[in-house]
Structures are given as structure tokens and as C-alpha cells.
Write a protein that binds this ligand. Structure first.
Ligand code: MEV
Length: 305
């Protein structure tokens, strides 16, 4: 039996970095998906074909953990395919992990709840990366727009049908675990720690206000909060010149708000726009060297295709 499963990528809306230290964030799943095809094979070894090279370790660790849990000896073949490259920071590693757990649970007929898939996938990610809040795994598992705290202590689904976002890729691949670790290192200095924690508290407040603005579809307010969040991320030292220029380009062409999305250091920025401003904002981002990535938010979580 061959099974095909997919899980969505994600975009962090607000709360990055602070979420690693116990504060909430808001994340949306996006309609760029990662596909996993799985089957049992008659072989001495598992076979992994993951052209998105970065993913193969995630697949390998997932197979290992799943087989340990259920004492399975049979061999499997896993082939991955993606709607997006792992370069853009949309969360291909978490999506592939979540999709692989789901695929294995199907081919071996072991029922795994979404919560179990989330927890097992988080375990794999922590094993490989050492750091992370798990927000990306929650998005890949549950889909939609989520209010989230570290390790899935809180995973609240927000009823948001669509969110008018423009996504601009900065052209630079960010090393998320490295950026998270660097911030942790900075916090070993007592003075810096106090400063950084103050920023986290401000981000926490923004996220809570943003949750209300989102649910009320108050885009103007939400946009303002996103831009404030970006300013705080600049203060944390995680933004880049390129991201700042792209954010500015979006703001001067009429976006409600804009910010980097994710760890910083590269990857993507997002802008919240009214439909009549979308084209101007996209053109402005392209003019400063950004690449527009077309996405829709509120994508479905992990599923059998
Ligand atoms: C990275 O996309 C977001 C961070 O908050 C890390 C994490 O939450 O795992 C920086």
C-alpha cells in the first residue's frame, strides 16, 4: 500500500523569539504544502528520497522514533515533494516531519491523534535543532490560524477565514536555530537580559492585542501592531538591512503594517494590505530586491491526499 500525505507550511504573524521564552505568538498555516509518499518495502534498509536535502534528517529521525514506539522492523520508502523550497523559511522541516508521522501511522495502521503527531514531531525537531517553540509544527499539524505558546501548552484555533497578506522573500536563507541560540547567548549578559526581557513583555502585549484585532478583522489596528512588533525585533538585533528596506517599502506604499516573519536574519517579511494597495506594495517590495511569494493563509493541517 502506498499512501500520500501532505502538511502545510507556515508564516509567523507576531510573537517570534518571545515565544521561545514562554510568551504567546500567532502563526498561520499557508497553502504551500509538503507532500510525503510512504510505502512498506522489501529491503534491508529504509529508503529516503528527499530532494529538499535539509529534510532527510527529519525524515530519518521520524522513522526511527515511530519504529521504536511501535517496535516495527519492516522497512519503508519515503519520498518527499514540496510546493516550496526549504530556502524561504516557510517551515519545510516541520511540515515534512508532521507529514511523515501521519503517513507512517496510516501505513502501519497505528492511530495517532493530532496532538500525538504534534508531540512526536516536536520531539524530533528538538532532537535535531536543540531549540524552538514548536509553533511551526503546530501550524503543520492543525492548520489554520493559531494562538500558540511553547511546546503546545496553548494551541487555540482562531476563526480567521482570510488574511490579506503580501509575502516578500529577502533572498537570504536564515539559520533559525543559530539566530535563536545567539539571542540566548546575549542573554547571558545580565544587563542585556533585562533589556531583552522587557522587549519580550512588550511583544507579549502586542500579540494579545493582535489576537483581538484579528478576530475583529480590524486590519488597520493589526497592521499597526505588526509594525510595532518589527520595531521590537530590530531592537532585539535580529532584523537585517534588507528586511528593513522591504518593510519600509511596504509601509510607504500604503500597507496597514509590515514586519519580518520568523527568526530574522533573512527569509521573509510580511505586509498586511487592503486589496487596492496590494499591487503597489508588491511592486515596491520587488523594486527593493524582494521576491513576492504568493500564498493564501488558513490552510488545512496535515491530511491524507
Ligand atoms: C522562527 O521562525 C521563530 C522563532 O520564534 C523560533 C521558534 O519559535 O521556534 C525565532
Amino acid at each position: 500500500m502506498k499512501i500520500k500525505v501532505s502538511a502545510p507550511g507556515k508564516l509567523m504573524l507576531l510573537g517570534e523569539h518571545a515565544v521561545v521564552y514562554g510568551h504567546p505568538c500567532i502563526v498561520t498555516a499557508v497553502d504551500k504544502r509538503l507532500y510525503v509518499e510512504a510505502e512498506v518495502i522489501d529491503s534491508d534498509e529504509d529508503e529516503i528520497i528527499a530532494p529538499q536535502v535539509k529534510e532527510s534528517r527529519f525524515v530519518l529521525e521520524t522513522i526511527t522514533l515511530f519504529k521504536q514506539k511501535y517496535q516495527i522492523k519492516k522497512r519503508v520508502k519515503i519520498r518527499t515533494k514540496g510546493d516550496f523550497s526549504h530556502n524561504v523559511g516557510l517551515g519545510s522541516s516541520s511540515a515534512v516531519t508532521v507529514a511523515t508521522f501521519k503517513a507512517l501511522s496510516e501505513i502501519f495502521n497505528k492511530k495517532l491523534s493530532l496532538r500525538q503527531i504534534f508531540e512526536l514531531s516536536y520531539e524530533v525537531t528538538l532532537k535535531i535543532q536543540g531549540v524552538g517553540s514548536g509553533f511551526d509544527i503546530a501550524a503543520a499539524t492543525f492548520g489554520g490560524v493559531l494562538y500558540f505558546t511553547k511546546g503546545g501548552k496553548v494551541i487555540e484555533s482562531l476563526e480567521i477565514k482570510s488574511l490579506p497578506l503580501v509575502v516578500g522573500y529577502s533572498g537570504v536563507k536564515a539559520d533559525t536555530p543559530l539566530i535563536v541560540r545567539n539571542l540566548k547567548l546575549k542573554m547571558q549578559n545580565e544587563k542585556l537580559k533585562v533589556k531583552i526581557e522587557k522587549n519580550f513583555v512588550l511583544i507579549n502585549k502586542l500579540v494579545k492585542s493582535a489576537k483581538k484585532a484579528l478576530v475583529n478583522k480590524n486590519w488597520k489596528e493589526l497592521g499597526g501592531l505588526m509594525t510595532e512588533d518589527h520595531e521590537l525585533l530590530i531592537r532585539l538585533g535580529v532584523s537585517t538591512e534588507k528586511l528593513n528596506i522591504m518593510v519600509k517599502a511596504a509601509l510607504v506604499t500604503g500597507a496597514y503594517g509590515a514586519k519580518l516573519s520568523g527568526a530574522g536574519g533573512g527569509d521573509c517579511m510580511i505586509a498586511l494590505v487592503s486589496e487596492d494597495k496590494r499591487r503597489n506594495v508588491e511592486t515596491a517590495i520587488k523594486k527593493v530586491g524582494g521576491e513576492i511569494i504568493k500564498i493564501n493563509n488558513n490552510a488545512e493541517g496535515v491530511r491524507i491526499d
